[in-house]
Design a binder for this molecule. Structure first.
Ligand code: ADP
Length: 368
């Protein structure tokens, strides 16, 4: 019987439990044994009861649970070869040669590295006497499939990551709540949202709530952004708007690569010689990550989880490591490392302030 393990890794996102549920049940449905690795790569390295066999009923009700019930962690040991060596040993001792990983680009990079090293890890385990040659016989190839769980929607090659629509819905809900009080007092609110190098959450939240102004990392405002923002908000106020909402992505920068902070924006809006608005800052923080997944993320988690198990079962030693994407509403398999490298390119372009290139890469992603 094939033994397939499922793991969640990196930052948690709504929908990860739906992924685990779908993978466990699809694996069992296909006649395989399903395992969960608890606490991300930490579980692979520490082994023991962090690698557990799962039954059909173990994941009952998981679709509507937020976070990840099998835990996730940042694992320093997995960055080291010695940690990956122990992880390989633990997998073989549990009879596992296929791993489905749901996480962000870091987790998927780690996964690809692990797969590429696998043969040499096995050789080392045998040459150092940790395992016997016959013990590794059936585990010559490590089969890995990635699923992208992230609220940031920051991975190239897929239209949506599992969790991003839940985070977006939560932001919209929070902005609606803030708007009621903003309007009552005729106040301005500067709302910081997550997203790391990616402005998707800020941009879409701005569109979905009709924000007055937004800041995203990929497309910094022109150098006169202060005058531009104040001018637009002034206009909106003159049109009778009693509330002002500015959404700022946590990674927002100006054209010189300096961080634009909520405090900077607040001070501008509140400036007595300018707009003089009674302005507050709200940092939404981890509220964006918590809570249950919206219907779209549950659907994505389930369909992609099923596809991941199919990909594992159809893989041959020659198959390139893939991840499961959604493109133009279709669930598809794509080469893993290309997407991870494309994602890194955007972050690097932003870091060296080549914003035209960053935007061109993002445009290419969405017009693929
Ligand atoms: P995310 O998956 O959300 O991007 P991280 O970048 O923190 O989050 O990655 C999660 C974990 O994946 C890390 O704690 C580490 O154990 C593993 N990992 C990430 N990058 C690598 C790498 N280059 N080599 C080995 N392991 C990695």
């Amino acid at each position: 019987k094939k033994k397939i393990a499922i793991m969640t890794s990196g930052g948690d996102s709504p929908g990860m439990n739906g992924v685990v549920r779908a993978c466990v049940r699809m694996a069992i449905h296909m006649g395989c044994d399903a395992y969960c690795v608890y606490e991300g790569y930490e579980g692979l390295v520490r082994g023991g009861d962090l690698i557990r066999k799962m039954d059909w009923h173990d994941v009952r009700g998981w679709l509507s649970e937020g976070g990840t019930l099998i835990g996730t962690a940042r694992c320093m040991a997995f960055y080291e070869r010695s940690g990956r060596l122990t992880a390989a040993k633990n997998m073989i001792l549990n009879g596992i040669d296929a791993l489905i990983i749901c996480g962000g680009d870091g987790s998927l990079t780690g996964a690809d590295r692990f797969r590429a090293e696998w043969p040499s890890l096995l050789d080392e385990l045998v040459s150092t006497g940790e395992l016997k040659a016959e013990q590794i016989q059936a585990y010559k190839h490590l089969n890995i499939v990635g699923l992208v769980g992230s609220i940031d929607n920051d991975l190239s090659g897929t239209d949506a990551t599992i969790g991003c629509y839940s985070a977006l819905a939560r932001i919209c809900y929070a902005v609606d709540l803030i708007e009621a009080t903003a309007s009552s007092h005729s106040r301005a609110f500067v709302i910081e949202v997550m997203g790391r190098h990616c402005g998707w959450l800020a941009l879409m939240a701005g569109v979905a709530t009709g924000a007055d102004f937004i800041f995203i990392p990929e497309k910094p405002r022109e150098d006169n952004w202060k005058e531009e923002m104040c001018g637009i908000i002034q206009q909106h106020r003159e049109l009778g708007k009693r509330k002002t909402i500015v959404i700022i992505a946590e990674g927002a920068l100006d054209r010189q690569g300096n961080k634009i902070t909520p405090t900077m924006v607040k001070d501008l809006l509140a400036d007595k010689d300018g707009l003089g608005l009674d302005t507050r800052i709200t940092t939404l923080g981890h509220v964006q990550r918590g809570g249950t997944a919206v219907a779209y993320d549950r659907m994505l988690a389930t369909l992609q989880g099923v596809e991941a198990v199919k990909a594992v079962l159809e893989a041959t030693p020659e198959t390139k490591t893939c991840f499961i994407a959604i493109t133009e509403n279709k669930i598809v398999r794509k080469p893993l490392m290309e997407a991870v490298l494309d994602t890194k390119q955007v972050a690097q372009a932003i870091e060296r302030q080549d914003f035209e290139h960053a935007m061109a890469l993002r445009d290419a992603e969405f017009s693929e």
